[in-house]
Write a protein that binds this ligand. Structure first.
Ligand SMILES: [Zn+2]
Length: 340
């Protein structure tokens, strides 16, 4: 496993200190699988101030489409040949079509009736239940023989800094034959890696990270947790690789419980840094893609300027798709490891 990086240095003169020279390091890391580059720079202490949540949430329940009776009145229904009962329900959780779909089979799954759940308020049991409910939806899409039943993807935008337009917690759920960019690049690169090395990149990555320990967080069941070598998030990314699983529908109930348990540990640790928002995506291949391992990526989200609401990504990320992380992943690992 080749963890390659290019180290750089900037020299500046400090006018406050008699024009003394200051040297600022930075690093460009190359993702060992895809060759994607990530900059480690703009160093700062990973500590943010949390907002006044009462003020942030106040009144947003009044117009929330997922609150109270609304969720069964204003949200759309699936056609009968896909989900005969229109919307799927389990306890107070509901799955219904996304009114703003980005693919043919696009759904939303609510976490239940509660309008606001703080990041540290999600229990592992609750998250595992929600993921299990979503997998039932995917199984029904598969059973219906729908042509988009190929990649079964769950995305989670938790809270507005992560791209959620609602406070009410929910998952973006979709089945598609069109793999999103990075997932497609990973699947193709995993296949090439397997062809030329005769081994599975993901298994080799886990073994290498476990061996070095610098970025490894721990094992829960057959899920392996590590801080990404070339993260996309400004406060790092955490990767969970599920041993032997190729795709979302390979996940067992135990895997979902283990994933939920790991996520709750991450949320607790990032909460201590003042982070209250994150993205989480499933990365899946299909049955028979033996070169791939199902994994999820958890990426905390914050602001460059909280007061102004400046998002944590600008032109570099938006137009070059070049990312920056404001601490070394190995240091982030040390912070997160306290909770693992
Ligand atoms: Zn609500």
């Amino acid at each position: 496993m080749n963890f390659e990086s290019v180290k750089k240095e900037t020299v500046i003169l400090n006018p406050q200190k008699e024009i003394t020279e200051r040297r600022i390091p930075s690093e460009i890391r190359i993702d060992p699988l895809t060759g994607r580059t990530a900059r480690i720079c703009h160093f700062m202490k990973l500590q943010w101030e949390k907002p006044d949540f009462d003020a942030l949430v106040a009144g947003t329940d009044a117009w929330c489409p997922f609150c109270g009776d609304n969720v069964l009145e204003v949200t759309p229904c699936f056609p009968g040949d896909l989900i005969a009962e229109g919307r799927m329900r389990r306890d107070d959780m509901v799955i219904f079509p996304n009114i703003a779909p980005y693919d043919s089979i696009g759904a939303v799954a609510t976490f239940g009736a509660r309008h606001y759940i703080p990041m540290t308020g999600f229990t592992p049991e609750h998250m595992a239940d929600a993921f299990g409910f979503v997998l039932d939806f995917f199984r029904r899409v598969a059973a219906a023989g729908h042509p988009e039943s190929v990649y079964h993807i769950v995305n989670w935008n938790y809270m507005p800094p992560a791209g959620s337009s609602l406070i009410h917690p929910h998952l973006q759920v979709f089945s598609t034959s069109s793999a999103p960019n990075l997932m497609r690049q990973e699947i193709e690169a995993s296949e090439r890696y397997c062809d030329s090395n005769g081994t599975v990149y993901w298994d080799d990555l886990v073994a290498a990270e476990k061996d070095s320990g610098e970025r490894y967080l721990g094992t829960i069941g057959r899920t392996h947790w590590l801080t990404a070598f070339a993260p996309m998030g400004v406060a790092g990314d955490v990767l969970a690789v599920v041993e032997d699983a190729r795709c979302t529908l390979d996940l067992t109930g135990d895997d979902l419980a283990d994933i939920a348990s790991g996520l709750s540990k991450l949320m607790a640790e990032y909460d201590k840094m003042g982070v209250y928002s994150f993205n989480m995506n499933f990365f899946t291949a299909v049955w028979g893609d033996d070169h791939f391992r199902f994994h999820l990526l958890f990426s905390p989200r914050t602001f460059f300027n909280q007061k102004l609401g400046t998002p944590d990504m600008g032109a570099l990320r938006n137009l070059f798709n070049e990312t920056l992380c404001m601490a070394y992943p190995e240091e982030i690992n040390a912070l997160l490891k306290k909770g693992f």
